[in-house]
Design a protein around this ligand. Sequence first.
Ligand code: ATP
Ligand code: MG
Length: 570
Amino acid sequence: MTQPSTPETPSLNFIQEIMAADRDANKWSGRVNTRFPPEPNGYLHIGHAKSICINFGLAREFGGVCNLRFDDTNPTKEDVEYVDSIMHDVRWLGFDWDDRLYYASDYFEQLYQWAVQLINKGKAYVCDLTGDEVREHRGTLTAPGKNSPFRDRSVAENLDLFARMKAGEFPDGSRTLRAKIDMAQPNLNMRDPVMYRILKAEHHRTGNKWCIYATYDWAHGQSDSIERITHSICTLEFENHRPLYDWYLDELDLFHPQQIEFARLNLTYTVMSKRRLLELVTGNHVRGWDDPRMPTLAGMRRRGYPPEAIRNFCTKIGVSKTDSMIEMSVLEGAVRDDLNKKAPRVLGVLRPLKVVIDNYPEGQVDELEAINNPEDESMGTRKLPFARELYIERDDFREDPPKGYYRLSPGKEVRLRYAYFVTCKSVVKDPKTGEVTELHCTYDPATRGGAAPDGRKVQGTIHWVSAGHAIDAEVRLYDYLFRIPDLAEVPPGEDYKSYINPESLVVLQGCKLEPGLAKAEPGSRFQFERQGYFCVDPVDSKPGTPVFNRTVSLKDSWAKIEKGQKKKGG
Ligand code: ATP
Ligand code: MG
């Protein structure tokens, strides 16, 4: 039953409606059992996260369970590395299959027996056409297909040939087992689809036991049935396969789950096909499956995306029956919302410019109090060392400031965050290049903490670190992996890889960070004030040589700081 939409009870999506109706009608004796069925031929990506959240999420919501099943019917493309990464990623996202870990390969014997059953019923036959010939005979959307010349083989001959296919008597690709349905059906999937192909390849679980492998359509529904799946949720491209899904189960008279299709997730500025992701990895266009620019869960984890943010994103985009393209900014927004609440604030200078406070005593160190998270008082405060030599952001100084530039320039006074008001007195330049190499400033000791007792105001607040205390770090800034939002718009004949964004990774060396970050754990996340959210790279960061990934930039950070300071009356 559909419930009215109120803030407390948001309206149900169409899959929830089906499940609620089934529950009310006691269709599966009240049981809900979904499954997430990845093929272990690559790492999971954000599209899979949507499917995981739907399958595991709905099971949880309806008091049911969700299985993890590896759809491992394609030995040449699959690998245990992928199996392991998929299990890791599902758990990381916050879901658990408990003891319900299955492999389609566990069902190979049962599938074989059922294929024999279909042959005995006159519903399957061994066909000697080559792959190309099968395609030629299939017809088109407008023209019916042609029967295979092998379609009317006797049951006995089919049984014999199929057993010999299994025994390895025939070369790869020389024969197939096909379902005998109808070559004139408007739905091409029903035109005697292939059930088995010969492939003498070693399987990562069954070794060399099998040299015939089930197709997706033949394996999938029967695997669902064996596991007593109630709702077999998949993406829209399988809508046309549903009649075949139903046909196999009906012909074999098996437990019959309901297949339900939803629209897959597409995101701007990235790719979501495993074939293309593999190509980016093997072609060294990225630094591996876990490259922080990749849409993989491994990449997002390494970049610092929290699993909660990904789950919230999946909830936010909802479930529908129409394909659409979601803006990457929606995902980034979910990441920001989550990190805003959790990430401690720190000061870090990415492109340092030296500042000497001429009237600050040499050798003196002041300990200034800084707030760890203005969104969460319970996160407390910390001490920042302040000394005569500092670094500020190169971009926070302009010798000839444009109109409206509120940061530092000659003669101008600004606030150093949590510290003092400082005024720029002079500029040191490289005599050869003219580049500004150092600023000389004075500070007003009466403004400690960032406010002037005489009520004097400054327009800008900038971040800084103490030169003698700061730690050095490498910081990696990321941008969209591709230059164009929709890769479907790459003109035919052009390589989508030529649209890779050359600035998708910018590496900065010699960044200066507040000293407390020396102890940051791999994977921990921070907001560098005014710069964005950053995460300690769990792979390349080492004690003494820290590496930070920028998870996501800040939106309107500057406007917010300005406003905040004005409210405080600074
Ligand atoms: P690809 O097309 O990238 O190779 P796939 O669909 O072949 O992916 P599987 O391992 O078969 O990958 O996918 C496991 C499950 O995840 C399937 O149920 C599939 O429908 C779902 N899934 C894959 N991609 C998406 C996506 N972009 N959005 C939502 N669900 C997806
Ligand atoms: Mg698939």
